[in-house]
Design a protein around this ligand. Structure first.
Ligand code: HGY
Ligand code: MN
Ligand code: MN
Length: 412
């Protein structure tokens, strides 16, 4: 059991470290730390230094993830981690706070004090914001990524993930060398901000995650014809934005009418070309992100969206090209790990609530392959993926305290 004073110093250190890490950003407003960029590299160097100062041996893998190891009494591994990349103008806590908490947990133990090797991981490109996929490191470590695929994912400048990896000194042809020994993993744990308002509104300091939504993400290109806005009659247009508008409104309606908080659909990107006030839109690039705890419901919403798109395209003489960038099934978290965490919270007299995650996390692909659990800390006003994102350092320290308690009590 950690004394209050110790928890206070953990909270203070976490706050200082996250403040320092938030400066590794391409934007003044919020945090922008996209994969294989200078700011990502600078953050990784800082995390590497923190790991080494905590007594961990460190190494990087070919996906750009950083690993810290504390040897234990067996070759079995217990892995704690989260991602260090961010969205554009996001917050200072999403992902990277889970890495800092992992390092704090490791700091509490010494070599050979635990029944397994403790591995702390900073995953790369969980968000998929730059190249459109997501879960790059976690899928690579699970052996679920082929280097060929990385050539298909390109950023707005047409740079593929494959090329960006090479430019930053990673070798995409070697990602298969990094695959975890899955049969040797005792468990995976991710501490993360909730990024929603349920926990914050409950007033409770910790959330025990029961499951994570399944996701499907698409890139959509609609091609019509550029024409003069003044001289082209409405009946003679091939206006790409009309089909985009039908698609966007259908996505919003198809998810909202399910009236379930886990069923969501988002068109986050809408680029119109040539994008001038007096030209009929010739081209629109959209993205679609659909989620649900129920894969069948998720798929129904996707189908409804594309039915509407193809109907509008046919009625307006438009061509449609779609690429599915991410398909990941919903998962339930591991009951045994959840029970261990629940016991630790009871013994530490920390109240908590059980809830599902509407956000995706590296635990999402991982939980399908190894026993995985997540602890949430509240996001102030439920805000995330924006500069307003904030969580209390004391809440992170409580989550660290729970995991330390669980690991100290761990007997096979
Ligand atoms: O999109 C998500 O839910 C996560 O932030 N990657
Ligand atoms: Mn995120
Ligand atoms: Mn995240």
């Amino acid at each position: 059991m950690l004394e209050e004073q110790m928890v206070g110093s953990i909270a203070q250190r976490i706050q200082q470290e996250l403040a320092a890490l938030s400066h590794y950003s391409a934007t003044e407003k919020g945090v922008t730390r996209l994969p294989f960029t200078k700011e990502a590299e600078d953050a990784l160097v800082c995390l590497e230094k923190m790991m080494k100062e905590t007594g961990l041996s460190t190494c990087r893998d070919h996906s750009g993830a950083l690993h810290g190891f504390l040897p234990g009494k067996s070759e079995k591994r217990f892995i704690i981690g989260s991602h260090y990349d961010s969205v554009v103008e996001g917050g200072a806590y999403d992902g990277i706070a889970g890495v800092v908490c992992g390092i704090e947990i490791a700091r509490h133990f010494s070599t050979d004090s635990l029944p397994f090797t403790l591995e702390i991981v900073a995953f790369n490109d969980e968000e998929g914001v730059r190249f459109g996929g997501g879960f790059l490191s976690s899928k690579a470590l699970l052996g679920e990524l082929k280097s060929e695929e990385l050539k298909k994912y390109c950023d707005a400048d047409g740079v593929s993930c494959y090329e960006a990896m090479q430019r930053s000194g990673c070798d995409p042809e070697k990602i298969a060398e990094d695959v975890w020994p899955l049969e040797n993993i005792a468990g995976f744990l991710e501490i993360h901000i909730e990024q929603g308002a349920r926990l914050y509104q409950s007033g409770l300091p910790i959330g025990l995650v029961t499951g994570i939504v399944g996701m499907r993400r698409f890139d959509i290109e609609i091609t019509g014809r550029a024409d003069h806005a003044g001289t082209t009659p409405m009946t003679m247009r091939a206006d790409a934005l009309t089909a985009a508008a039908a698609f966007i409104l259908t996505a919003q309606k198809a998810a909202a009418e399910r009236a379930a908080p886990d069923v969501v659909a988002t068109v986050g990107v809408c680029e119109v070309k040539p994008g001038t006030v007096n030209t009929v839109p010739a081209f629109v690039h959209l993205t679609l992100d659909v989620r649900s705890l129920d894969a069948a419901v998720r798929d129904e919403v996707v189908e409804t969206c594309f039915d509407a798109l193809h109907k509008a395209a046919a009625a307006n003489d438009l061509a449609v090209k779609t690429q599915e960038k991410l398909t990941v099934a919903p998962v339930k978290m591991d009951e045994t790990l959840m029970a261990r965490l629940s016991e630790a919270m009871t013994e530490e007299d920390i109240p908590y609530m059980a809830l599902a995650s509407g956000a995706g996390h590296d635990a999402l692909p991982i939980a399908r392959r190894v026993p995985a659990a997540m602890l949430f800390v509240p996001s102030r006003d439920g805000r995330s993926h924006c500069p307003e994102e904030y969580s209390e350092p004391e809440d992170f320290a409580r989550a660290v305290r729970v995991v330390i308690h669980m690991l100290e009590d761990w007997s096979e």
